[in-house]
Write a protein that binds this ligand. Structure first.
Ligand code: SF4
Ligand code: SF4
Ligand code: FES
Length: 388
């Protein structure tokens, strides 16, 4: 196939910068990395980029294609070439460029190291001399985080890092969650205290770009949400972001709605609210602040309350509850067309078991402790009474 690429060339020593175009023949199965190899071998040996494994394992070949971070060795060029597109290749964002597509990874690794990315064991060695076993439920909490290959694609796209380069960032926080969620680690509270400080968990703007660009499905934003949930569970809620989240939980439980109007007094306190009264009056005057009294209660508020009860009854606070909610949402997203009722969906052949809600008399439904991880038509991996 005929491929054309535009590549941003940059030399940090001279500050020279130029967008160069290259056209060449490549095999149909070529990836972006193969194409860069062809450019370097046959057209311009001075082109600088990183690579090693060529199979999405080492994390070396992160770069941007048309402004979005990709792993070059994962990106097939066939469709792009067929469409006649000429993508623009540039270095990753949020890290200083050294040369062409090579960035300085030192800031990335210092944040990584700051997370203490190693197990600090704190468990009793099993008496039977066998290995320390972890339940499937607990492994589900850190499964995605353990897939990270440290490529930096998430960091490249992080909005919060653009405004605060000191922000720990999606990769480091996902690594932190890998250890906070590991039941063998003894430093959970110390870690959560550290990650909840300035430039930590609560600085994330929830733009979800890190989830979107991660080539390994780590979903760093979800890891940050789990860290937040774990921090609140441990009572580490000094940050305004934590107070904000707590109020939203409370307001959905009581009314089924996010009562944003009450957010300022509930999170910043009375003194700060009084100081902002002039601003609030301006909002009210322009009909920008809904002041419903008594607060509006959603018609199906019992669903929100039942969910809250479910999480408490199953002892699924913190990251466990987050994972359960994430999976339930994914299932609904894949199965709920809007035309069938939920009952009809759950009655389909091979469908997931209907969720158990408190008071319905079953503790065995999807989302219950015994059915936490089940594939349609398959036996659950965690059987009643099984696991460690
Ligand atoms: S969701 Fe948070 S961590 Fe992820 S890219 Fe956005 S600001 Fe950064
Ligand atoms: S979380 Fe994903 S995008 Fe970020 S460094 Fe790890 S593998 Fe790369
Ligand atoms: S070369 Fe190793 S991940 Fe691309």
């Amino acid at each position: 196939m005929q491929v054309a690429l535009k590549i941003w060339r940059y030399d940090s020593s001279s500050g020279e910068r130029a967008l160069r175009e290259y056209e060449f023949d490549a095999p149909d199965e070529a990836t972006l990395l193969d194409c860069l190899d062809i450019v370097k071998d046959k057209h311009d040996g001075s082109l600088a980029y990183r690579k090693s494994c060529r199979m999405m394992i080492c994390g070396s070949c992160g770069m941007r294609m048309d402004g979005a971070a990709v792993l070059a060795c994962k990106t097939r060029m066939y469709d792009i070439a067929q469409e006649g597109r000429v993508p623009v290749i540039s270095a990753m964002g949020n890290l200083p460029i050294v040369k062409d597509l090579v960035v300085d990874m030192d800031p990335f690794w210092s944040k990584f190291k700051a997370m203490k990315p190693y197990l600090q064991p704190g468990y009793d060695v099993p008496q039977d001399g066998r290995e320390y076993r972890i339940s499937q439920d607990r492994m589900n909490v850190v499964h995605k985080e353990a897939l990270c290959i440290n490529c930096g694609c998430c960091v490249s796209e992080c909005n919060a890092m653009e405004s605060d380069p000191e922000f720990l960032g999606p990769q480091a926080l996902a690594k932190g969650m890998r250890f906070v969620g590991d039941p063998r680690d003894a430093a959970t509270v110390e870690r959560l205290e550290q990650y909840s400080g300035p430039h930590g968990i609560w600085e994330c703007t929830r733009c979800f770009f890190c989830n979107e660009r991660c080539p390994k499905g780590v979903d760093p934003r979800d890891a940050i949400a789990k860290l937040g949930a774990e921090a609140i569970k441990e009572g580490i809620d000094r940050d305004m972001g934590a107070k904000h989240a707590k109020w939203f939980i409370r307001s959905t439980e009581t009314t089924g709605w996010l009562r944003e109007t009450e957010l300022v007094p509930k999170t910043q306190g009375v003194v700060s609210s009084v100081k902002q009264m002039k601003f609030a009056m301006g909002l009210i005057k322009h009909n920008k602040a809904g002041l419903a009294f008594p607060p509006h209660v959603a018609r199906d508020v019992n669903e929100a309350r039942n969910l809250h009860k479910l999480v408490n009854e199953q002892d699924r606070s913190g990251a466990l509850g987050h994972v359960q909610g994430e999976r339930a949402l994914a299932r609904l997203a894949h199965g709920h067309s809007g035309e069938e009722s939920l009952e009809e969906i759950y009655n389909r052949q091979g469908a997931f078991l209907r969720p158990y809600l408190p008071g319905e008399g079953s503790a065995e439904g999807q989302g219950s402790l015994t059915q936490a991880d089940v594939t349609p038509g398959k036996e659950p991996t965690k059987k009643p009474g099984g696991g460690a």
